[in-house]
Design a protein around this ligand. Sequence first.
Ligand code: NDP
Length: 609
Amino acid sequence: MTTSGQDGSVEGGATEGLGFDPTTLRQRYRQERDRRLRGDGNEQYVEVEGRFAHYLDDPYVEPGFEREPLTDEVEVIVIGGGFGGLLAGARLRQAGVEDIRLIDPAGDFGGTWYWNRYPGIACDIESYTYLPLLEELGYMPKEKYSFGKEILDHSQAIARKFDLYRDVCFQTRVEELHWDEDEARWIISTNRGDRMKAHYLCLATGPLNRPKLPGIPGIEEFEGHSFHASRWDYRYTGGDSEGNLTGLRGKRVGIIGTGATSVQCVPHVGEAAEHLYVFQRTPSSIDVKDNPITDPEWTETLTSGWHQHRMDNFNSLVSGIPQEEDLVNDGWTDIITNLLVGIRKGKANDFSPEGMARAAENADFEKMESIRGRVESVVKDAATAEALKPYYRQFCKRPCFHNEYLEAFNRENVTLVDTEGRGVERITKKGVVVGGQEFELDCLIYASGFEVGTDFSRRAGFQVYGRGGKTLADTWAGGVRTLHGMHARGFPNCFIMSNPQAGFTASYPHLLNEQAKHLTYIITKGMDVGSRSVEVTEEGEAEWVDHCIEKAQVTGDFFENCTPGYYNNEGKSSERSAQDGFYGGGSPAFFKILEDWRAEGSLKGLEVK
Ligand code: NDP
């Protein structure tokens, strides 16, 4: 008998020779999920404002920056100087748009790579696919996986190449955006007293830009030093993103969180601190990271268009679309390759939807069994090893890749404090309490992640007022409504580079690049005909929203049954998630939709006045 589970699991089929029992694993996954589910979902986190606002301060600029307010007009204003803003700026420049201004609260370009400079920071998506505009800049990353400093430098190189420093406003926080219907202009007000105007507006504020703090009772009481990992305080810790944290000598340090950030910085902190306590709620899956330096001979074989081709190949593979070859060939693409090899070797010979789902689930079990096996082979203490084993399907949480993280728990001065899925109990004046035991600390680091799934305006840090003064937040109160995730009715000439109703990519700049090409096409079309405004029609918007809801079912069941995290709105998926999530048809299909839409040429679903 074959039964389909809600989680995409498919019971039945031959299990002999697998080396694991799917039923037992399925039950264990469910138990682990259930004990982490909590009623407050995203509300468990506290907003970083008011008494917590100092956690947002920029540690990388000198205080005292001032400039005169601006009241001028620009053709295009791009909000955000990370990869989204840089790609929008670059693509617009390539299309001949000269009058562009970027605005960012940071002191330079780089976005997430500007803020995140914690020790060990690196990107574990392959650099040859992750770093944007490699061919345009004639740049080849030094290694297969770039460290943060190289990515930050590359961001700034993009800005120089496309002359985006020319009219940039750094250390400037947008406060409000208003559409002025009479003038057909956006009015941008900032904390520097600016009141600029723009004909077109791009919102490139990023998906994981706003640090979040866990709402742990007593969080405001701690009297030691504390900071969020995305604002690393090197004045306190000493060292830099390569480590050497001499300021932590003799210090008892705690880290809350065991996601991708923590995984990268724990080895460095463990090396420097007198004692490091790692407070864990859910373990990450940690795969091997093989990081060879770039082979110049391989570089010479590359021909024009290689970068887009490689991005497409990677994106298709991690989206589950078989390709003739796996160009990236790493932990991300491995799971798909395993599945295909399984099919080729006859491990999967049932090509019905249930048969394929079962093969996918078995490939997932196999992969996660090897991840758990790796923990056991590296971590010497059996109880610690057991606690570090992840029990969920691989893409329920972001997979991590690291060679020193697990090893760090073999150090005598590093202790894993496993909260058994419950999270830290409370924070006191002196430290952190778990299971009734207080761990006294000199320094507490929050590697607790970033807001996801909260209101767009809250994450962006400003309200967008469209036609008639209606905010984007109010417009979306009943669910996100867009065409292609980019245009919202009532917000003419406004281009949103964001995730809802757009395609999910493991390599986020890939999505940003497609969005940048798309908005450039529309803006230049508008400019060519001297249009006043470009706006999505009611029908255009409704059609896309319906299409998104229909497609959301594909991934909805999978995430519904995952352990909670930001991939599934902290375990609170609902009907809203179907509407507010990524485009369920997958990013390869989404990019094709955008490409075909442009090729068709009539700007279908938009009205141009
Ligand atoms: P995450 O959101 O991934 O991790 C937050 C961590 O905090 C989780 O382990 C979470 O546990 C834990 N946590 C939250 N509340 C509590 C609590 N009350 N008690 C104990 N633990 C708690 O944030 P990261 O900054 O690690 O990563 C964010 C994203 O940034 C990544 O997913 C990735 O997309 C990107 N990134 C990529 C990197 C790379 O390329 N290698 C490196 C760093 C970041 P739980 O899992 O139970 O919720």
